[in-house]
Design a protein around this ligand. Structure first.
Ligand code: SAM
Ligand code: SF4
Length: 334
């Protein structure tokens, strides 16, 4: 098991496949991009499959979320997914993506064994999309989301980050759009993980503001903590819930104003094979060197377990002494 010193056990692995991306979301990356990791430092397909195999067979990992950077730009992604789906015990496999390349890949990924996708969509307006992501790809993203739904990667979950003065007026419209299509929307509070260190606590759109905006158009009833479990999103039933006409569910991931660290069940591996115990960890443990040194699976598993013992009780965003991690979100794997 991947236990830490605070009684938590990690069963959910966030695995980054690349630090590169074909968008430049303002809350994530600078317009000019970042110095990307050299290819030789990235885990190979074989190393990825071996590490996840160690996770599921020796360490109790049950869920694997592929992320990045943009995971769809990793060459050979369907083949990687097929190999992960063939592991025993088979993990649940999901993907967090900007969906730019999903129209083409949704079918092959579903056929390879992918179970679900989380798609980032911050706006319904192509002009706002261009401002926010610095790329003109809105139509492709919408087509990618539809393709995922058609390919059976359901429920499609949509992740939205609101930025004040850019897309914060769109919360109710985004929810209506998702409810009408059977997608599950989750708003994520903007976190201090951008490479350019531009995060400002006072400018951040809070969960409370998001809920107030939604309540102008919808009736929201909290689902309660037992449903939240270790999932970071607090959820609300909208207009009578999923069974009611026009109703559904919405989530808010309030990482800053209502952190959920006490129930965290995550472990992370970066595209270059470093274990991170938290998005906000300041330390990393190198598994890639161990993998490449010919160490047996048990030694790799033991190193991963030791790394998890360094997991802090809480991320402490906004507390005195908080320091943003060196790596930005795109290089950690969001
Ligand atoms: N490129 C993929 C995508 O955008 O879905 C996967 C990686 S991205 C880093 C994962 C998630 O992190 C996205 O939903 C994105 O909106 C979110 N994200 C990025 N930077 C963030 C920030 N500073 N605060 C909150 N969420 C952020
Ligand atoms: Fe790329 Fe995702 Fe970061 Fe946007 S949030 S720049 S899509 S990695």
């Amino acid at each position: 098991m991947l236990a830490d010193r605070f009684g938590r056990t990690a069963t959910d692995l966030r695995l980054s496949l690349t630090d590169r991306c074909d968008l430049r979301c303002a809350y994530c990356m600078p317009a000019e991009g970042l110095p990307w990791l050299p290819k030789a430092e990235l885990l190979t397909d074989d190393e990825i499959v071996r590490l996840v195999g160690i996770g599921v067979s020796l360490l109790g990992i049950r869920d694997v979320r592929l992320t990045g950077g943009e995971p769809l730009i990793r060459p050979g992604l369907p083949a990687i997914v097929a190999r992960l789906a063939a592991l025993a015990p088979r993990p649940r496999l999901s993907l967090t993506t900007n969906a730019v390349g999903l129209e083409r890949l949704a079918g092959p990924l579903a056929a390879a064994g992918l179970d679900r996708v989380n798609v980032s969509l911050d706006t319904l307006d192509p002009d706002v999309f261009r401002t926010l992501t610095r790329r003109d790809r809105h139509a492709r993203v919408l087509a990618g989301i539809e393709a995922a739904h058609q390919a059976g990667l359901r429920p499609v979950k949509i992740n939205t980050v609101l930025m004040r003065g850019i897309n914060d007026h769109e919360a109710p419209a985004l929810l209506r759009w998702c409810l009408d299509r059977g997608y599950e929307l989750r708003f994520i509070e903007q976190m201090p993980l951008d490479a350019q260190h531009g995060w400002d606590r006072d400018a951040m759109v809070t969960a409370e503001e998001i809920l107030a905006a939604l309540r102008t158009r919808f009736t929201l009833v909290p689902e309660g903590d037992q449903v939240r479990g270790s999932a970071p999103a607090e959820t609300w039933l909208v207009d009578g819930g999923p069974g009611a006409p026009g109703g559904g569910r919405v989530g808010v991931i309030a990482s800053v104003t209502r952190p959920f660290c006490g129930a965290c069940d995550r472990t992370r591996i970066t595209a270059d094979g470093q274990v991170r115990t938290c998005l906000f960890a300041r330390e990393e443990s190198d598994l890639r060197t161990l993998l490449r040194s010919g160490a047996p699976d048990e030694a790799v598993a033991a190193a991963w377990q030791v790394a998890m013992l360094g997991k802090k009780a809480a991320a402490g965003i906004g507390e005195p002494g908080f320091v943003q991690p060196q790596r930005p979100m795109s290089a950690i794997g969001g």
